[in-house]
Unconditional design. Structure first.
Length: 299
């Protein structure tokens, strides 16, 4: 295209791609180094624990080296042979029974209580919900003595009931609050549609709320299992007979046993106690993320 004077005029064309900006790889490299450094600091205690579980007893207390110079499996063999009067599988089974019972109790009772606070209308719902929220700030030690007296009068001390029964009574206000917030995010039109189809409050909970509540239920199950499995204080208070001991309580049997501390087997048993938690978390971590990031509505 030319102008009237015959001078060629360049037509408007697409701007050429700008030269690629500097990749900023030094900044990325520094960021990755920092992240890896923080990760190594966080993982160092776990690596040290696993490594120490393979050290001989003399090497555990005589050297601070991370890796064992003379690895041995005697620590694990001693753990499986027996801790006190029982083997590690006995304490593992006790911990599993209490943890599974606590998970079942929390999932059932907290979901029902959350459905009542989140969907049903009844007199005193607001004050009751506020009172429940106050209990989150109440330290466990404040109610320890009254609870112990109650279970002692019911002759439940030195049994698993004090550790499992409260979970069926919706005593964990944190999980109730979590589920209430989740239920409130669900549209009420789903409840109305189920009511038109002939469902009552129980039917709405079973066929509508419960399936959509799955991410929150799995989140509750994960945290309940981890907290119960690692619990030492409550189990120390209510369990007195070594036959009823769980893994956290069994670890103390290695201290001052036969007038000396068996550090090697104690670290080996600690590694075995950590394995179920790690496997449980790895198996359900995607549901944990889903419970935090989604509202439970799909399709």
């Amino acid at each position: 295209m030319t102008a009237a004077s015959g001078t060629p005029v360049s037509s408007t064309s697409k701007p050429s791609k700008a030269e690629p900006a500097k990749s900023g790889w030094p900044k990325k490299a520094v960021w990755h180094v920092l992240v890896i450094g923080v990760l190594l600091v966080l993982l160092y205690p776990v690596v040290w624990l696993v490594s120490t579980s393979f050290k001989p007893a003399t090497e555990v207390v005589s050297t601070l080296a991370l890796l064992p110079r003379d690895p041995t499996g005697e620590n694990y063999a001693e753990v499986f042979d027996g801790v006190g009067e029982f083997g590690v599988l006995h304490y593992f089974w006790n911990s599993l029974m209490i943890s599974v019972g606590a998970v079942v109790g929390n999932v059932l009772s907290c979901s029902l209580a959350a459905y009542a606070f989140g969907r049903l209308h009844f007199r005193g719902r607001g004050p009751m919900f506020g009172f429940m929220m106050i209990t989150i700030m109440l330290p466990q030690h404040v109610v320890l003595i009254p609870q112990y007296v109650i279970f002692q009068q019911m002759e439940m001390v030195n049994t698993f009931w004090p550790l499992v029964l409260p979970k069926f009574l919706a005593t964990d206000a944190f999980f109730i609050f979590l589920m209430v917030q989740f239920i409130r995010s669900l549209p009420r039109e789903l409840d109305e549609a189920a009511t038109l189809d002939g469902c009552g409050p129980i039917g709405v909970f079973r066929h509508v709320i419960l399936p959509l509540l799955r991410p929150a239920l799995i989140t509750t199950a994960i945290f309940t299992f981890i907290w119960t499995w690692n619990d030492f204080f409550s189990q120390l208070i209510y369990l007195n007979d070594p036959e009823m001991f769980t893994l956290p309580l069994a670890l103390q049997l290695f201290i001052d046993q036969a007038s000396q501390s068996a550090f090697g087997p104690m670290f080996a048993m600690s590694v075995l106690a950590l394995l179920p938690i790690g496997l449980f978390f790895l198996a359900f971590q995607r549901f944990l993320v889903e419970g935090v990031a989604t509202s439970g509505l799909k399709g």
